[in-house]
Design a protein around this ligand. Structure first.
Ligand code: SAH
Length: 236
């Protein structure tokens, strides 16, 4: 009989969301909700239209646990397990703006976490390398990139304090965890005229800093206060 091969418990397509519905979202994960987030970011001072366009298109709800998806388009950091967080959209927008300023071809992100920041960068930069020290997070992020067809991201399970020397130099390096000091290896792996965007400071509050390389000289610019989870050494 036609249709009799459908196994017990399998849902028919009318009950089961198709891929488009999943990515585009409905209700609190809909395009309209994403548009509202973008409007808010613009009001908060994000000016870069390319960055705003990517945030409008990127399904942040797919980077958090399903139980939190209704909060995915609030401008707030959210837990992703293992004591880590997906960064606040405003911070992602501000850091992305700084990273893409001199049109990098190749970017390294330290601290993949959920993979959201890497996904945003992948829409704006030809090649993104991202490293995460917590293995289950690295594995999950890689799965997400594959499902979303983000083929220009290379995600690995590594301690990012030593950078990723095999693919260096990078036109830009972004660190999405807070460091008391600037890891020497990251400075070494910056291309000439490249820039490192990194939150620098203690546990409670840090300063978002941009370090630009000019030959052997490094110029540091301190921007806004931010709060990030700590950059830790070693793999977990
Ligand atoms: N960019 C992430 C934010 C993740 S929070 C996102 O968009 O979701 C910071 C992440 O940095 C955490 O997942 C943490 O495990 C990771 N991290 C901390 N120290 C690290 C290190 N030395 N190397 C690689 N990742 C590190």
């Amino acid at each position: 009989m036609p249709g009799s091969h459908i196994a017990a418990g399998m849902q028919t397509s009318s009950e089961c969301p198709d891929l488009n519905t999943l990515v585009n979202g409905i209700g609190m994960t809909s395009q309209r909700t994403r548009d509202r987030l973008v409007k808010r970011l613009r009001e908060e001072g994000v000016r870069n239209q390319d960055v705003l366009d990517v945030i409008r298109k990127t399904p942040r709800h797919l980077f958090v646990d399903e139980a939190l998806s209704s909060r995915a388009y609030e401008d707030t950091a959210l837990p992703i397990g293992y004591n880590q967080t997906i960064s606040q959209p405003y911070v992602v927008a501000a850091m992305t703006d700084l990273v893409i300023a001199n049109k990098p071809q190749k970017v390294l992100e330290v601290g993949t976490g959920s993979g959201y920041q890497a996904a945003v960068l992948a829409a704006l930069v030809p090649k993104v390398y991202t490293v995460e020290r917590i293995k289950p997070l690295a594995v999950l992020a890689r799965q997400r990139f594959r499902q979303m067809g983000l083929r220009n991201i290379r995600a690995s399970h590594n301690d990012g304090t030593i950078g990723l020397p095999e693919f260096a130099p990078y036109d830009a390096i972004i660190v999405t965890a807070a460091s008391e000091s600037i890891p020497e290896a990251l400075l070494e792996q910056l291309a000439d005229n490249g820039r490192l965007v990194i939150p620098v400071g203690g546990r409670d509050c840090q300063t978002l800093s941009v370090i630009s390389r000019h030959g052997d000289k490094f110029e540091r610019q301190d921007l806004d206060p931010v709060v990030f989870v700590p950059l830790l050494s070693g793999e977990a």
